[in-house]
Design a protein around this ligand. Structure first.
Ligand code: SF4
Length: 411
């Protein structure tokens, strides 16, 4: 990738560093040299924006980028990568950050006057075999290996290979899906790059000391698990209507389906409930057995090294008869706006983030970050698809479609 304009729009792509020419600072110079302060400022803004507004306003750009030269954008990206690497819960931050950048790439493509050229350029930069031919529905087709590489991590049924049309080893893809697949290519490329990044311990210490304020903001926008997740103590009164309804149902001694119990346990874990609090939520359900419930909740919470499962998206909740948004007249109409929510976590995040920002502002003695707008739900690709399998007394993790299968102990 050598085109300066393309580098400027996607400074994170492979080959973008060619824009640096002879300007090849070491990582330490990037961290410490005063002449790179402008670059560091861009990077800080970029990380916060990618984390905070990736879902609600993915097209929003970093203000200073308009005036920045391509090489400055590339350096800002390299510095942003380091910030993400030393942030608390860095793997989680890396997932959100890469998702935010990939979504913004999708918006950039849509903005172009010649989106086809942009698609081909991006595909080429990501080493994907993407062919343009009018015989395809969206004028584009992916070579089968490229398609499989991109679609294997997408849960949406639309991307199942069995649903695609094949022309002599090329997968015929609609235009919109080409963009989504390329976004996935950007996301997975960034995650791979993050996994390979190695920073000297001494440099990490320096970076953490110099950027303590921004790292605090990052951890608020991508909160760690455990009690007080999202930067505030758990607020059941701010749970989305579906989760409040399930808790109320069990409190009344009525049964909630397997899919519902799985959704509630995974949701509560993600919003910072500890095991005791999650188990407590099931006390009222018929035939409650604490030891079995505790075992199953533990399996949900400890999945993926403590990340836990992501609760099912709203579409899956609705398909399982668990979405109750029409019952929630008293709440702001978050659930009624299909562009606003994808996952119940998103509802909760939108409700609690103002409180979290207030906490950070009070701790640091400063006003909250202007860019810290509500963030979207955690990376949906890791969300399991909950299946309804009839009544039982305890929550059961449902098997995910494409990640390590969750344990499913007998009820
Ligand atoms: S729209 Fe989503 S968050 Fe709202 S009630 Fe339905 S499933 Fe829950």
């Amino acid at each position: 990738m050598t085109d300066a304009a393309l580098v400027a729009r996607y400074p994170f792509l492979p080959g973008a560093s060619s824009a640096l020419g002879d300007l090849q600072p070491s990582l330490r110079e990037l961290v410490e040299d005063p002449s790179f302060e402008q670059v560091r400022a861009l990077a800080r803004e970029e990380v916060l924006l990618a984390l905070s507004s990736a879902r609600e306003a993915p097209g929003e750009g970093v203000a200073g980028f308009d005036a920045a030269r391509p090489e400055e954008r590339v350096l800002a990206f390299l510095y942003a990568r380091m910030l993400v690497a030393v942030a608390p819960s860095s793997q989680r931050v890396a997932r959100r950050w890469s998702e935010g950048l990939s979504r913004r790439a999708g918006v950039e493509i849509a903005r172009r006057e010649a989106p086809s050229e942009e698609l081909l350029a991006l595909g080429g930069a990501l080493d994907l075999e993407l062919a343009q031919d009018p015989k395809f529905r969206g004028s584009f087709g992916f070579a089968l290996p490229s398609y499989v590489r991109l679609s294997s991590s997408l849960r949406d049924e639309r991307f199942r290979l069995s649903r695609q049309r094949l022309h002599q080893g090329t997968v015929d893809v609609e235009h919109r899906e080409v963009v989504e697949l390329l976004q996935e290519g950007v996301r997975s490329y960034l995650l791979d790059e993050m996994a390979m990044l190695r920073l000297e311990p001494e440099l990490q210490t320096t970076l953490k000391a110099r950027e303590s304020e921004i790292l605090t903001r990052i951890s608020t926008l991508s909160p760690a698990l455990g009690p007080g997740g999202f930067g505030v103590a758990m607020r059941p009164d701010l749970f989305p209507p579906c989760m409040r309804e399930m808790r109320a149902t069990m409190d009344r001694g009525a049964n909630v389906s397997h899919a519902g119990r799985f959704a509630l346990a995974s949701f509560m874990h993600k919003v910072g409930a500890d095991l005791d609090a999650i188990v407590e939520a099931y006390h009222g359900s018929p035939n409650f057995k604490e030891s079995i419930t505790r075992y199953q909740v533990t399996q949900i919470a400890h999945h993926d090294g403590g990340e836990g499962y992501t609760p099912p998206d709203c579409a899956t909740m609705a398909a399982n008869g668990l979405c109750v948004k029409e019952l929630d007249d008293a709440m702001p109409p978050l659930c009624a706006d299909p562009g606003k929510l994808r996952n119940p976590l998103n509802y909760y995040r939108i409700r609690v983030l103002p409180l979290a920002r207030k906490n950070v502002g009070e701790k640091s003695g400063e006003a909250p970050a202007a860019t810290a707008t509500p963030e979207g739900a955690p990376a949906p690709p890791s969300a399991p698809t909950a299946t309804s399998s009839g009544p039982a007394s305890t929550p059961s993790p449902a098997p995910p479609e494409r990640t390590t299968p969750a344990p499913r102990p007998a009820a």
